[in-house]
Design a protein around this ligand. Structure first.
Ligand code: ATP
Ligand code: MG
Length: 426
């Protein structure tokens, strides 16, 4: 039997209902912020991610799906959403329009990782990016969006961790301090960290292997190396978060895996007992040099991404069900083959009038049709026989009370409106 590729999963049934409702909820939330929807290609030139995510990141160095297309181009399946949005922002000169621009996306990402709970090779992210503001207000706003999303979902066990990487100067000073600090311990670190020491020592703090190590715990802290400007920015972010009533912790070990961050970085963790180690639900930060780095003008940005799989696991863990289950308003079937055209035309009219209609496509018996109407949870049943066609009077049955009505064909919409309206009022 053919099976799905390792690390992927199918969306259908309950999962599909959860996914669809989540998308609706996000759409409504994004409207509140006047954010605009973006959809960029699932594959892009490999170079975009090398530049936009960074050569030294785990994502680019070991997790991308790369291939050559038939035209010999180097292509990569997107491992994250920011690089594509930034490319689109530059290519379409959106920086020349009214800024700030708030953008959002929701779609699949691809990373070649070891699959486990909350970690897939194809996974979904909802993400948000704001371009064109250096102000700490935007950093706080972005963190606030994630908090509001979780609040709307009713998710309680979440904790917000923030940190700052400062500006270029602060980061450089910190880098030097880390190099000095880690030098005598190089042999005690993992292979990856020894490589990080050479290329990007900040990333050592992001290591999953060495994270509980004493050496790591005593490492110099970014907050001690901030210049005046960077400290002021961070203080403002905290002040604005306080003003919004958002609880957070300053956590100096948060450096994020991506090369492009400056100033604020944050992660939102699931704080639910027994949730497991894949507990980072959302992550983001400020990236003031990314647009320039990808080839555009100097435009600041700040954003986040939420992983849907982990978020849905967290909802499950808190017994929160966001499925929106929709049942047919009406089930229509014909007594004989001759009335099939009427079934099609009536169902079309009713659907255009806003009803959810299921019909019998298979010429089933009366008995099987009633069974089927129950299985699909139809509220009303309309049976079309020779008599109904001739008299233009329909037989309509309430599938719950079993009450039967005779309704004129040209009054059926009114009838259903009234009946189903009554039910909705209950
Ligand atoms: P992790 O440290 O767990 O590997 P990350 O730092 O690589 O996460 P980001 O690149 O910041 O994650 O992506 C943002 C969010 O996307 C994560 O917090 C997580 O919810 C989700 N995510 C990342 N990788 C995966 C994956 N392979 N499967 C499912 N969700 C993922
Ligand atoms: Mg990762």
């Amino acid at each position: 039997m053919l099976q799905k590729p390792k690390g992927t999963y199918d969306i259908y049934g309950d999962k599909a209902l959860t996914y669809l409702y989540f998308r609706k909820l996000v759409e409504a939330l994004m409207d509140k912020y006047n954010a605009k929807y973006f959809e960029t290609p699932i594959f892009e030139s490999s170079e975009l991610f090398h530049r936009g995510v960074g050569e030294t990141t785990d994502i680019v160095s070991k997790e991308t799906y790369d291939f050559k297309d038939r035209g010999d181009r180097n292509i990569t399946l997107r491992p994250e959403g920011t690089a594509g949005i930034v490319r689109c922002f530059i290519e379409n000169k959106l920086y020349a329009e009214n800024l700030p621009l708030k953008a959002w996306y929701l779609g699949p990402m691809f990373r070649y990782e070891r699959p486990q709970a909350g970690r897939y090779r194809e996974f979904y992210q909802f993400g948000f990016e704001a371009f064109g503001s250096f102000d700490a207000m935007m950093d706080a706003e972005v963190i606030g969006i994630v908090c509001n999303l979780f609040k709307i979902l009713g998710l309680k066990g979440v904790s917000v961790n923030i940190n700052t990487l400062g500006d270029k100067e602060s980061r450089e000073n910190y880098r030097k301090a880390l190099l000095d600090y880690f030098k005598p311990y190089l042999n005690d670190l993992c292979d990856d960290c020894r490589r990080r020491y050479e290329k990007n020592p900040l990333r050592i703090l992001d290591c999953k292997v060495d994270s509980s190590n004493e050496i790591m715990k005593n490492a110099p802290k970014m907050t001690d190396y901030l210049n005046e400007e960077s400290r002021i920015h961070f203080d403002k972010v905290k002040k604005y978060l306080d003003a919004m009533g958002i609880n957070y912790k300053v956590n100096p070990s948060i450096v994020r895996g991506l090369d492009y961050y400056t100033h604020t970085v944050f992660e939102v963790q699931a704080d639910i007992e027994g949730f497991g180690s894949q507990n980072t639900l959302a992550a983001g930060g400020r990236y003031d040099h990314l647009v320039e780095f990808v080839g555009g003008p100097s435009v600041p940005g700040v954003g986040f991404a939420v992983g849907l799989e982990r978020l849905f696991l967290a909802l499950d863990a808190e017994n929160i069900d966001i499925r929106e289950i929709i049942y047919p308003d009406v089930y229509i079937f014909s007594a004989e083959d001759e009335q099939k055209p009427y079934v099609l035309s009536l169902s079309n009219d009713l659907r255009l009038a806003g009803f959810n209609v299921e019909i019998d496509y298979n010429g089933k018996s009366f008995k099987s049709n009633f069974k089927q109407a129950d299985k699909v949870n139809a509220r009303y049943i309309i049976i079309i026989g020779e008599e109904e066609v001739e008299s233009k009077i329909l037989t309509v049955k309430n599938n719950e009370t079993k009450e039967e009505y005779k309704v004129k064909l040209d009054k059926i919409i009114e009838f259903l409106d009234e009946k189903l309206g009554e039910e909705h009022e209950d």
